[in-house]
Design a protein around this ligand. Structure first.
Ligand SMILES: C[S@@+](CC[C@H](N)C(=O)[O-])C[C@H]1O[C@@H](n2cnc3c(N)ncnc32)[C@H](O)[C@@H]1O
Length: 444
């Protein structure tokens, strides 16, 4: 089966597409460094680098040439999601009333060239991935001046009623990924086999393979399952911050103060709650850090949290800011400098995964953040032969690795979704559904 990929980044999501049996003929990505990683890992795909709005014709022509008269089956599109959360309808209407057009994030309108390419490519199926907020994101309606339309409604309005849509928020931990990551997957199709499956079952998504409670399905895979076997690291000193035998099992060093806060943070806790370490006091009931809404409803962390032990007045190992000889508690989220838990999946990996000050980024017990190697396991990239190399031979920076992980979808979870589609297309799904039914009957 033939596919093209839009907003392809380094091609991590595309691992799932190609492993499920699609030949990705053409891909498009705005940024050169990301496209170089894509090219190295998908050498038989024609990568077109540049803004999709300028490259529309080039993408369509390259696809047509490579298809050589065959039919295109799939367009896989993963537009950027950074602008999705704030563009609610009320927010946009307010902004328009005030004449502030710049508040409309132009990235949300990349859906327009996406749909144009999909329709002109003649493909049967469009699979899109985005943040769950996309479901409630509005854009100016290109067909009605001065009006707004939800992105999903715009897509439906643009496609004829020969298409059906199956849209679902997917929790990737439900598909065996040791990471909680929720994404909105939307499938639009006019393929007769997929449509008839949808008519029968009401969904084009596979049943989960794992569950939070572990009652009827295996329990979510945890951090302990995925990374507890790895050699220990310590971000206090260069010599202990990496392991020579495993590529990318390395962490950035913590400076002296951060290391002091982190090394005094017990399992399951955050550094803002650290207790007295004065050996003659060791008081462990100092008030912990908290957050609450202020009079405008904005979430603010408490300003009452002590930085000095309420019993012996020693400085607590809590994140501080020092001005001259004076210390005050650092302002910040209560989840900063917080440890992850061993017995649940990792939280959503972001490009900040190496920053101790970011949201819940500390290793469950060692004094450090996650290594890049651990992030690759938790994101299931290590299940594939993916090289952190660029086609132009330049070095892939750690920053780029973090960005590519933070912006992509765990491929092993996504592969299960694409395999379900290919199983329907190849007529193999009956067996799987029969098993599911038997399972339900037993359950009843
Ligand atoms: C959410 S990421 C895609 C992740 C990718 N599917 C993966 O699994 O690695 C969105 C990508 O769209 C690219 N992008 C943003 N604006 C674009 C534009 N105007 N034209 C083409 N690509 C664009 C970004 O550089 C980014 O790499």
């Amino acid at each position: 089966m033939k596919a093209i990929s839009l907003f392809s980044c380094g091609g991590i999501g595309d691992l799932a597409v190609s492993h499920a049996g699609f030949d990705i003929l053409v891909a498009n990505e705005l940024l050169e460094d990301r496209a170089e990683v894509f090219k190295h890992n998908h050498p038989s795909t024609q990568m077109i680098v540049g803004d999709i709005c300028d490259k529309k014709l080039e993408i369509l022509n390259a696809t047509k040439n490579l298809l050589n008269g065959q039919k295109l089956d799939l367009v896989f599109a993963t537009p950027p999601c950074q602008g999705m959360s704030k563009n609610g309808r009320g927010y946009l209407l307010n902004a328009m009333r005030k004449g502030v057009k710049s508040t409309i994030d132009p990235r949300n309108q990349l859906i327009i060239p996406t749909i144009e390419i999909f329709l002109q490519s003649g493909a049967d199926t469009l699979v899109m991935e985005n943040v769950p907020e996309m479901e409630n994101t509005y854009i100016p309606n290109p067909d009605k001046d001065g009006e707004f339309i939800k992105i999903l409604d715009f897509i439906k309005q643009s496609l004829s009623n020969a298409f059906v849509s199956s849209v679902q928020v997917i929790e990737f931990a439900d598909y065996g990924v040791p990471q909680n990551r929720q994404r909105l997957l939307s499938i639009f199709t006019r393929n007769e086999k997929l449509k008839s499956h949808f008519k029968k079952y009401g969904s084009l998504f596979p049943n989960p393979t794992h569950s939070k409670d572990g009652v009827f399905l295996p329990k979510w895979r945890t951090l302990r399952d995925a990374i507890s076997h790895l050699p220990k690291l310590n971000a206090g000193q260069f010599e202990t911050s990496f392991d020579d035998s495993i590529e990318y099992h390395k962490v950035p060093l913590l400076d002296e103060e951060k290391y002091f806060w982190v090394s005094n943070t017990p399992q399951e806790k955050g550094a803002f709650d650290n207790q007295c370490i004065n050996p003659t006091c060791k008081f462990d009931k100092n008030p912990t850090h908290s957050a609450g809404k202020d009079k405008d409803g904005i979430n603010k962390s408490s300003t009452e949290t002590p930085l000095y032990c309420v019993k012996c007045n020693s400085l607590l190992p809590r994140p501080w800011v020092k001005t001259g000889d004076e210390y005050r508690l650092m302002k910040g989220y209560t989840s900063a400098y917080k440890r992850m838990s061993w017995d649940v999946p990792a939280g959503t990996l972001t490009r900040n995964l190496s920053y101790a000050c970011s949201d819940k980024k500390l290793h469950p017990e060692q004094h450090r953040t996650l290594s890049l190697h651990e992030a690759m396991i938790l994101h299931t990239i290590s299940d594939y032969s993916f090289d952190w190399k660029r086609a132009d031979g330049k070095k892939v920076s750690d920053k780029l690795i973090r960005e590519l992980i933070g912006e992509s979808i765990p491929p092993a979870g996504l592969e299960k979704i694409f395999l379900h589609l290919t199983a329907i297309l190849n007529g193999q799904i009956i067996e799987a559904k029969t098993e599911a039914k038997q399972f339900c009957l037993l359950d009843d």
